[in-house]
Write a protein that binds this ligand. Structure first.
Ligand SMILES: Cc1cc2nc3c(=O)[nH]c(=O)nc-3n(C[C@H](O)[C@H](O)[C@H](O)COP(=O)(O)OP(=O)(O)OC[C@H]3O[C@@H](n4cnc5c(N)ncnc54)[C@H](O)[C@@H]3O)c2cc1C
Ligand SMILES: N[C@@H](Cc1c[nH]c2cc(Cl)ccc12)C(=O)O
Length: 517
């Protein structure tokens, strides 16, 4: 039984892969992770999907085990600021969309004559975030949302199997470098061999399969399966095996970023428990609150803005606190490898594919890839059907998320710069154009969104369409004839629940500070 894995790369992808496979297969698998001592990790990647909790549960880790070590906070939504017009914002939360008599509550909201905040009217969490509160009470119990925490029958399922079952009310935000460090300790304690060395050459056998990697000081490292976690460079999959890369740049032009890690007194500042994406002239700025600092960065398109202008804008946006903070300029490879598993090499992380972090999908991609590789782990016969099933799943997830991100730009109402005007006229995936035509008549549902698993439920699409304001939406005509009583009761229940929670939950900062003891 093949069981020797060589992972090249020690960023978030490398150490998430090593730790998960050790938790999955214990001593029955032999893992060596080699990472260069002089090629750094990308150094960003701090916000996640709520599904990431399955990763930590699989490793047997509780929040109090790892969150303090990673300066972590909760993320209750992405807050989209100034995408419609200056001063406007809305949330894309982790909260199931309620429905009444078979119609989503948002359809009833459109019928009643839209207010300026669909998110506050249709979700409870929007007001919880506005108030800077924790979704857990002081004693640690979770707000009694429809979600049943820790339901045993759910344990161990992959994210694909979890989709649509319940919606956990928050994700995490953490220091990427501290998480990699934490998972390094977790992995090495469980027998992963950690080699700090630079891979200078990848050797192929007569079939073109990888037979080993040659390092500067530790000679050749060989295994059965090689996992490429070398980031955007794709050293094994794209370079050694020459696997083509499919660019998304024609529909997602943002190809650059400049990031700052800004030390901050978060007790004085207070923590808004979400990731904020603030639209700018040629892209958007992320703000991620952690314990002790804020992570921020400008994601932009070099065709519209220079790195110097981007850095100047970012520093102005942050203010004096950014004065002595060094900037990290990043060129982003946007798109995906044609296949992420080729012969005996699997790419996981940026080496496999990436889209701009507008919905914090990078680590979700890694988590999904790891789960699918564990599920399709090869036998001695290297059955090609397993590779095909894996590659289809990875391609669908990335192509689906790409469509979802393109929708943000097509639907954004603002058109005050050439960048935003071009976003409305730029070619978009034909499949998305067809979907948008349907959504103009009927809000997204499971029949009309991207048809394969890609991590986003229909209500996520509703939030973007309703929040961005650039696409006219109409209520279902049937609602003009329907009795609105039940819907009115639902809206009132949301207002009541919002009142209860905003009067009782602790401040987010205070909850995290208490967790750190
Ligand atoms: C601007 C930006 C913002 C982002 N924000 C988010 C976010 O909010 N949420 C999210 O989920 N994702 C985000 N991401 C994605 C996230 O950063 C990545 O998914 C994550 O960091 C994984 O990166 P990686 O491990 O694949 O690559 P890297 O972090 O680049 O690690 C590559 C590793 O390969 C090693 N290496 C390279 N060459 C060699 C060699 N020859 N020999 C040995 N070792 C080698 C390096 O030493 C390093 O350890 C963001 C990405 C960018 C660019
Ligand atoms: N499975 C994802 C889907 C999701 C649902 N709401 C949000 C909000 C944001 Cl900001 C990202 C992702 C999501 C999850 O539950 O995380």
């Amino acid at each position: 039984m093949l069981n020797k894995i060589v992972i090249v790369g020690g960023g978030t992808a490398g150490w998430m892969t090593a730790s998960y496979f050790k938790a999955a297969f214990g001593d029955r698998i032999d893992i060596t992770l080699v990472e260069s001592g002089h090629v750094g990790a990308v150094g960003v990647g701090e916000a996640t999907f709520s599904d990431i909790r399955h990763f930590f549960e699989f490793l047997g880790l509780k929040e109090k085990d790892w969150m303090p070590a990673c300066n972590a906070t909760y993320k209750l939504a992405v807050k989209f600021e100034n995408w419609r017009e200056e001063g406007h914002y809305f949330y894309h939360p982790f909260e199931q969309m309620r429905s009444v008599n078979g119609f989503p509550l948002t359809d009833w909201w459109l019928r009643n004559g839209p207010t300026d905040r669909f998110d506050k009217d249709c979700f409870v969490m929007a007001s919880v975030i506005d108030a800077g509160l924790s979704p857990r009470k002081e004693d640690g119990t979770l707000i009694d949302s429809p979600f049943v925490e820790g339901a045993d029958e759910m344990a161990g399922l992959t994210m694909v199997e979890h989709q649509g079952k319940t919606q956990f009310p928050y994700a995490y935000q953490f220091e990427a470098s501290l998480l990699a460090k934490y998972l390094t300790t977790y992995s090495v304690e469980r027998g992963v061999k950690h080699v700090v060395d630079h891979v200078e050459q990848v050797t192929l056998d007569e079939r073109g399969w990888i037979s080993g990697v040659t390092t500067t000081d530790h000679g050749d490292i060989t295994g059965d399966l090689y996992i490429d976690c070398t980031g955007f460079r794709g050293l094994l999959l794209n370079k050694a095996l020459e696997t083509p890369f499919i660019s998304y740049k024609d529909t997602l032009p943002n190809d650059s970023a400049v990031a700052l890690q800004v030390p901050m007194d978060m007790e004085r500042r207070g923590i808004l428990p979400c990731t904020t994406a603030t639209a700018q002239d040629a892209g958007w700025i992320w703000t991620i609150p952690l314990m002790g600092r804020v992570g921020t960065g400008y994601v932009y398109a070099k065709d519209y803005l220079s790195p110097e202008e981007a850095e100047r804008t970012l520093r102005e946006f942050v203010g004096p606190a950014a004065a002595d903070v060094p900037a990290n300029h990043i060129t982003m490879r946007i798109g995906r490898s044609e296949n992420s598993w080729v012969k005996n090499c699997v790419a996981i992380g940026l080496s496999s594919g990436f889209v701009e972090p507008l919905e914090s999908t990078g680590i979700f991609f890694i988590h999904h890839a790891i789960e699918q590789l564990a599920k399709n782990f090869p036998g001695d016969d290297w059955n090609p059907v397993q590779r095909e099933l894996y590659n289809d799943s990875i391609a669908h997830v990335m192509d689906g998320v790409r469509e979802f991100l393109v929708l943000h730009y097509v639907a954004a109402k603002r058109n005050d710069t050439q960048y935003w005007r071009d976003a409305k006229t730029r070619a978009i995936p034909e499949s998305l154009a067809a979907r948008i035509e349907k959504w103009k008549t009927q809000l997204p549902d499971s029949e009309t969104v991207f048809p394969y698993y890609h991590g986003l439920p229909p209500y996520s699409y509703m939030c973007i369409l309703l929040g961005m304001g650039g696409i006219d939406l109409k209520p279902s005509p049937a609602l003009a004839l329907a009795d609105p009583t039940a819907a009115e009761r639902e809206f009132e229940a949301i207002r009541e629940k919002t009142r209860q929670l905003t009067e009782s939950l602790p401040k987010a900062y205070d909850y995290f500070a208490r967790m750190r003891g």
